[in-house]
Design a protein around this ligand. Structure first.
Ligand code: SF4
Length: 106
């Protein structure tokens, strides 16, 4: 788990300063969502992304995180991991020995 301040979650670059970041859904004034947005747990990450999907600042948040090269966390509904945007995060540990069968449909 990463320790970040709530201010860091809603910190944005200069190009987005004119936006009303008080409307950010992750900003509750008590930093209660930090653990969700900077968690390694898949269910926490999914919950953070779900919160972002209803946020009016989703796109500028994501663009700002890209511009700042955020290394970690959920920003604008997307997961940053080691400085890269991941489509999804795998579970910890080794992959299953027998991969699940893939059903092809025509
Ligand atoms: S898009 Fe997500 S991380 Fe960005 S301000 Fe909104 S709720 Fe917070």
């Amino acid at each position: 788990m990463l320790a970040r301040s709530e201010e860091s979650i809603t910190r944005q670059d200069e190009s987005t300063e004119e936006l009303d970041w008080s409307a950010a859904r992750c900003r509750d004034g008590a930093a209660t969502m930090l653990n969700l947005f900077f968690s390694d747990q898949l269910d926490d990450i999914a919950r953070a992304k779900a919160i972002c999907t209803l946020c009016p600042l989703m796109e500028p948040c994501f663009e700002g995180a890209l511009a700042r090269r955020e290394p970690w966390g959920v920003w604008g509904g997307r997961l940053f991991f080691n400085g890269k945007v991941l489509a999804y995060k795998r579970k910890r540990g080794r992959p299953p020995k027998n991969a699940p069968a893939v059903q092809l449909t025509a």
